[in-house]
Design a protein. Structure first.
Length: 219
């Protein structure tokens, strides 16, 4: 599948509109649809192609050419029945890549069973991220599917003033310092001889538990 393949976005709530708007900003061809004329009108100036259509109706999807898309995003989440029906319609139209928003684990299981290739849990992921940020230890946090996380934080004391290779950070804490950001300077990838100061920010990777323990070390 081409990396610049046009994308069909179904649903222009906050999630769908943000997704369609960002794809449009990245110069991807996007067709965004919603059954609400008000929402279609609202986002028509931010997304190049917006159409009012009821994606629960497979004939309506055929009329807008949904079967010609390689990628579709089902951004309808709160209406679970509609979300599942739209996903099933896209499967029937043989759209190769279907990304679908879920509001719960059971909803996600149904979407996957119906044929969604990728199930997204934006509310859950946002909630987890905020929990880590309000703890005060991390400045940013991203979790991936296999318990692998990336976190941005101030370096603990033991890491400052010594080369990363001499700090033993990986053997002691099972985390890897991926990058360093010094004030007023661009982000740089961390190397064995990189020395971190108290004014720097570090980006580390590892399992959720290992990164949590690392973040809890004395600053």
């Amino acid at each position: 599948m081409r990396s610049d393949a046009p994308v069909l976005v179904i649903g222009l709530g906050r999630f769908g509109a943000a997704c369609a708007g960002e794809l449009d900003r990245l110069d991807r061809e996007v067709l965004a649809i919603d059954d609400s004329a008000e929402l279609v009108q609202k986002w028509s100036d931010r997304v190049t192609h917006t159409v009012q259509a009821d994606a629960r109706n497979i004939d309506a999807l055929r009329q807008i050419g949904a079967q010609d898309f390689q990628v579709a995003v089902v951004a309808v989440g709160s209406l679970i029945e509609a979300s599942v029906l739209i996903t099933a319609n896209l499967v029937d139209l043989k759209v190769p890549q279907i990304w679908a928003k879920a509001v719960s684990q059971s909803h996600g299981k149904i979407l996957a069973r119906v044929g969604a290739n990728h199930v997204i849990y934006p509310e859950r992921e946002a909630g987890e991220r905020v929990a880590h940020l309000v703890s005060g230890r991390m400045l940013d946090f991203i979790r991936f599917d296999d318990d692998f996380v990336l976190a941005k934080l101030y370096p603990p004391k033991f890491l400052r003033g010594v080369a990363l290779s001499a700090s033993g950070v990986r053997t002691k804490f099972n985390v890897t310092v991926v990058g360093v950001k010094s004030p007023g300077k661009p982000f740089r990838y961390a190397e064995a001889d990189t020395v971190v100061t108290a004014h720097d920010l570090v980006i580390v990777s590892g399992t959720n538990g290992d990164v949590e323990r690392f973040a809890a070390l004395e600053r």
